[in-house]
Write a protein that binds this ligand. Structure first.
Ligand code: AMP
Ligand code: ZN
Length: 501
């Protein structure tokens, strides 16, 4: 992308869950914004609900960088938990072997969605000594205790501020009531597990506080403080993490440091399907790969998931993906028109001022609690105005430069105009072939590939299915696509056969 318009220093007003209001987000050390965002649990492929959270955090970091604030962004990878231990054991492999492929898939998906890599990525299993140390400090401060079986718990009664983030009223809480689940019932606050004693056959670590493994909450406290210090600027995650996970992180950290843990808390609202949270347990989810093999582009998924601001829940629909696809198409066509056209020297005062206004409104919308929906509008207004001017021969070289600069500023955050869509789709098709998912691949994508026998089998099966559903147009389309590649289908009473011509 070409040069961006200069913009003066700009302060982001971001909603802070802790204070319940919009607060300025500025680095407390005056240099870089230190932020921690809870990362994935790598027990399976992520779904696009998870990715909505990572995408919105990407919008935040890109906006900060665009407006001149460097970021030091830490993300953890939870590579040990109950599900991981269970699934690895069922396959008879180590937890590391098990998580490695989902971790790799996670980063591939982030790359496909153009989510920038955080400066620091920290795996839980590589920071066990830091967690043990923190538990020892908590014990010394009277905020942790050991149970009969060798597990360690946080004593909620030792932290009177508990509940300050989620604003829960915790009076009537029963002292000493315990829970060892990482996620627990919405309204019950309980002493929670910091360290789980080893059970026979489970992955565990031999440490100064006994043999076992860390709880989920302690991971984030230990790693955040390791890389960002006792106090830092911002902590982020999906809205479900506010309680108990983030509340527990605050309790663990502030009980030993007696300093504010994170100053600013950002919570991304859910991606929904028919009004319910998209989640693995509800079974109402799509992975990125599921959508790519249906023929949706990674850029459209990015656009759809960020165009509704992070503070609003977003209902996932295929219409939404189509809207995003069309919006991107318009932007790309417009961009091409500007870069490939021939414009006479000079400038139109009206367009110069339209470009300036669009740029200012775009930035102001983002600076106002990352309002991505409002930020899009002036860009499309500019696009319309400029297209009209081009049609009338009234757009000049200096206008083109000014408008391209506005588009570059737009793409510094949205990152959808430059086309990077081919590679993610290619990789998703490879994944589908390797994992027996060719039957789910959109026929137009399959037909575009150099056709392996498996891909042809899958297309033939899709045609049979279409005929069964009396969707003859679809069935014919698949037959024609195959015919174009020199593959003929023969229907016989023993079934369907195909051969290469
Ligand atoms: P997990 O891998 O389950 O720990 O989740 C990773 C991130 O995705 C966390 O920040 C969650 O809060 C977030 N998340 C999970 N489900 C959704 C959803 N439906 N919409 C938005 N964010 C979600
Ligand atoms: Zn966390």
């Amino acid at each position: 992308m070409s040069r961006q318009l200069d913009q003066g220093p700009m302060t982001l007003r971001l909603f802070n869950t802790l204070t319940g209001q919009l607060d300025d987000l500025v680095p407390m050390d005056g240099k870089a914004l230190r932020m921690y965002a809870c990362g994935p649990t790598v027990y399976d492929y992520g779904h696009i609900g998870n990715f909505r959270t990572f995408l919105q955090i990407d919008v935040l970091r890109r906006f900060l960088k665009l407006t001149g604030t460097p970021v030091r962004h830490v993300m953890n990878i939870t590579d040990v938990d109950d599900r991981i231990i269970h699934n690895a054991a069922a396959l008879g492999i180590s937890i590391h072997e098990y998580t490695a492929r989902f971790e790799e898939a996670f980063f591939e998906d982030l790359e496909a969605l153009r989510v920038e890599r955080p400066e620091i990525i920290a795996c839980a299993t590589e920071h066990i000594p830091r967690m043990v140390e923190l538990i020892q400090r908590l014990a010394a401060a009277g905020a942790a205790y050991r149970t009969e079986d060798g597990s360690w718990y946080f004593r909620l009664a030792a932290f009177p501020d508990y509940g300050k983030l989620s604003k829960k009223d915790l009076s009537g809480m029963e002292d000493g009531a315990r829970v060892d689940l990482d996620e627990y019932e919405k309204d019950s606050a309980r002493d929670f597990a910091l360290w789980k004693a080893a059970k026979p056959g489970e992955t565990s670590w031999d440490t100064a506080i006994g043999r076992g493994r860390p709880g989920w909450h302690i991971e984030c406290s230990a790693m955040a403080m390791e890389y960002l210090g006792d106090s830092f600027d911002l902590h982020a995650g999906g809205e479900d993490l506010m309680f108990p996970h983030h509340e527990n992180e605050i309790a663990q950290s502030e009980s030993v440091t007696h300093k504010p843990f994170a100053r600013h808390w950002m919570h991304v609202r859910f991606l929904l399907v028919d009004g319910r949270k998209m989640s693995k347990s509800e079974g109402n989810f799509f992975t990125l790969r599921d959508l790519l093999i249906k023929g949706y582009k990674a850029s459209a998924i990015r656009m759809a998931l960020i165009s509704v601001p992070y503070r609003h829940q977003l209902n996932f629909t295929f219409d939404g993906l189509i809207e995003a696809t069309n919006a991107i198409e318009r932007l790309r066509t417009f961009h091409q028109r500007l870069t490939q056209g021939n414009f006479p020297p000079g400038a139109s005062p009206a367009l110069q001022s339209a470009a300036e206004t669009a740029q200012a409104d775009y930035l102001a919308a983002l600076a106002n609690d990352l309002n991505t929906a409002e930020a899009r509008a002036p860009i499309f207004d500019l696009l319309r105005a400029a297209n009209t001017s081009i049609d009338q021969g009234q757009l000049f070289a200096a206008d083109r430069d000014a408008i391209l600069a506005v588009l570059a500023g737009f793409d510094a955050v949205f990152d959808v105009i430059e086309d990077h869509d081919a590679e993610p789709t290619r990789r998703a098709l490879e994944w589908a072939a390797q994992s027996g998912r060719l039957a789910d691949v959109a026929p137009e994508l399959l037909a575009r590939q150099s056709l392996t026998d498996e891909a042809i089998d899958a297309l033939v099966a899709q045609r049979t299915q279409a005929k069964k559903q009396r969707n003859f147009a679809r069935a014919d389309q698949i037959r024609n696509e195959l015919a174009e590649k020199g593959i003929v289908i023969e229907d016989s009473k023993d079934g369907v056969r195909w051969k290469r011509k």
